[in-house]
Design a protein around this ligand. Structure first.
Ligand SMILES: *Cc1c(COP(=O)(O)O)cnc(C)c1O
Length: 234
């Protein structure tokens, strides 16, 4: 009398298979790709469930929401990512709650994080690049990337690991491919220019993560594909 697998269990199996197939198509190893479960709007029970199924990375886009949920999963040995815009006045709260800031978008924010991360700590960060011309506030402009990356590399308490982006919404998921390729090229270019190999590319969400993997994603951020439909539109 086995019980039926939960929806999250079915979703985890399905996304792992989709990720593996995409990796194979592009001659990559599935182990190169990390699934980051984006749990915004979902109760922590879903996070716990996904953790039990082997997901070890989770992300939220708002400091305040995670501040109320984090205590409920204290002790869970996962890596918590901030993937949404961070205001400088919330930087101190953010670094208490998250292991990595994947949405670093300005030099003043980097300076603030570097200052409060403090001695003995190197906070991993990704720079979010704005490749969607219709988005106005998310990510640094492509033209600003070299200066921001160079600045972050000089900061002793930040560790620049790579780049992140959110592609423009296109009618078909395939439409995001050019954006993913562009981010990979920018990562390669900046790594060479600054003589510092940046390993991580966080790109691809529920609708297009297989395409992102084909274009080199090392982290895919999955909300609905893992946890189901969100009622709030974000
Ligand atoms: C919500 C969100 C995601 C996940 O979106 P889905 O389409 O549900 O997979 C990924 N990245 C960021 C930055 C988000 O805010």
């Amino acid at each position: 009398m086995g019980s039926l697998p939960s929806t999250v269990a079915q979703n985890v199996a399905a996304v792992q298979e989709r990720a593996e197939r995409a990796a194979e198509r592009s001659g990559r190893r599935p182990s190169e790709i990390t699934i980051v479960g984006i749990s915004k709007t979902f109760p922590v029970e879903r996070v716990r469930e996904a953790f039990e199924l082997g997901i070890r990375h989770f992300g939220e886009n708002r400091v305040q929401e995670w501040e109320s949920k984090a205590p409920l999963v204290e002790g869970l040995d996962a890596t918590w990512h901030l993937v949404g815009h961070l205001q400088r006045n919330k930087a101190a709260r953010a670094i208490r709650l998250f292991h990595t800031i994947d949405s670093l978008d300005s030099l003043p924010l980097a300076e603030k994080l570097n200052q409060i991360a403090g001695e003995g700590r190197r906070l991993p960060v990704l720079i979010e690049v704005r490749l969607d011309p219709t988005a106005t506030k998310l990510g640094c402009a492509p033209a600003e990337l070299p200066r921001l990356a160079e600045g972050v590399l000089l900061m002793p308490h930040l560790e620049l690991r790579g780049l992140m982006t959110i592609p423009p919404m296109t009618p078909e998921p395939e439409g995001a491919r050019a954006t993913f390729r562009k981010l990979r090229e920018m990562r390669d270019g900046i790594s060479q220019q600054l003589k510092c190999p940046l390993a991580e590319l966080s790109m691809g969400m529920s609708r297009d993560f297989d395409i992102a993997i084909e274009e080199g994603a090392t982290q895919v951020r999955l909300g609905t594909a893992l946890f189901g439909a969100r009622h709030a539109a974000r």
